[in-house]
Design a protein around this ligand. Structure first.
Ligand code: NAP
Length: 301
């Protein structure tokens, strides 16, 4: 039996992308501007290659310029930093994304913090992290921003709701908690050392799962009627589809939770499509800010 409404991230992401494309067309017509996104990929991680291809295609579809830099895994750190410096100085580039993870010989934090904060469309630079945490205008990490758009679409105001974020990574859990706090939720951040995590999660009117383990959040973790946002992307074996086949699942036990929750995001088709839509939105926002132009409504916090 399934009760929960399915939150259609694919459809909502499509609306965000269409809004971005309309605004990009207006920027071109009124100001002769084309937002540009540079994506830097180091090495040949297959998942990263898929993401980068998809980012490039959707950037162009939104009417923006896409610059791809594919570098050998063996590139010295100083050469990568030199490339970032060049992109910082390039007026055609409004957003810079260095695809993570980077090879072990490269200091990830050093590279992230070498990106001009105003072009940091991933929102990972300490300057943006600090601004987000102090309620100032920042570039906001794409995945948590996408989750907020889904939650606002569902609930309107989130003020006064109990939100439980499971996971405390710098790229999802922590910025997610900041954004929920900014929308006046009462926020709990749970992680691998949290005691009695089921009980903790069951306090949530909103539960955001960013754990990185398939099916961690069971139906007995969820308060009846709660909204469940599943950030996880895990590839698991799927012998039912044929020998050697795999499929994508989230961090939430979808079947178990959808009988209890009021609303839930599917995997795929939930948070995933929102991430790239928000990357495009951030690139547009960065371009508007760089040119002293009004930012489009509803595309950032
Ligand atoms: P991460 O850096 O590995 O962080 C995982 C977090 O989950 C950690 O804080 C860890 O706690 C916590 N955790 C691990 N096992 C746990 C357990 N059994 N109970 C409670 N907490 C537990 O992962 P991430 O980068 O945040 O990503 C999380 C998931 O989201 C992954 O599946 C990733 O693929 C996916 N993701 C999706 C998108 C998207 O576009 N949809 C974007 C980014 C990430 P400790 O801190 O105590 O170790």
């Amino acid at each position: 039996m399934m009760n929960a409404d399915i939150i259609d991230g694919k459809a909502i992401a499509g609306r965000v992308r269409a809004g971005v494309a309309r605004h990009v067309a207006r920027l071109g017509a009124d100001h002769g501007l084309t937002p540009g996104l540079a994506v830097v990929l180091v090495g040949e991680d297959p998942a990263s290659q898929v993401y980068v291809r998809s980012k490039g295609r959707q950037t162009v579809e939104a009417g923006m310029r896409s610059f791809e830099h594919r570098l050998a895994a063996s590139i010295p750190e100083e050469d990568l930093l030199e490339l970032v410096k060049g992109l910082n100085a390039d007026p055609a580039v409004h957003g810079i994304l260095v695809q993570l993870p980077l090879p072990d010989h490269i200091d990830e934090a050093l590279v992230i913090n070498a990106v001009d904060p105003s072009k940091d469309v991933d929102g990972f630079h300490v300057w943006n992290v600090g601004k987000l945490g102090t309620g100032q205008k920042a570039m906001v990490p794409c995945t948590p921003l996408g989750c907020m758009m889904l939650l606002r679409d569902r609930h309107g105001s989130l003020s006064g709701m109990n939100a439980v974020v499971i996971g405390r990574s710098n790229i999802v859990g922590k910025p997610m908690a900041q954004l929920l706090l900014r929308d006046s939720c009462t926020v709990t951040v749970a992680h691998s050392r949290t005691g009695n995590i089921r009980e903790v999660a069951r306090q949530g009117d909103i539960v955001v799962a960013a754990v990185g383990r398939a099916g961690t959040v069971g139906g007995d973790w969820i308060k009846p009627g709660a909204t469940v946002i599943d950030v996880g992307i895990n590839r698991i074996a799927a012998p039912e589809l044929g020998e050697g086949r795999t499929r994508l699942v989230g961090d939430v036990d979808f079947d178990g939770c959808s009988t209890v929750a009021g609303a839930i995001t599917p995997v795929p088709g939930g948070v995933g499509p929102m991430t790239i839509a928000c990357l495009l939105a951030n690139t547009l926002t960065a371009c508007c800010r760089a040119n002293g132009l009004e930012e489009p409504e509803g595309l950032t916090v």
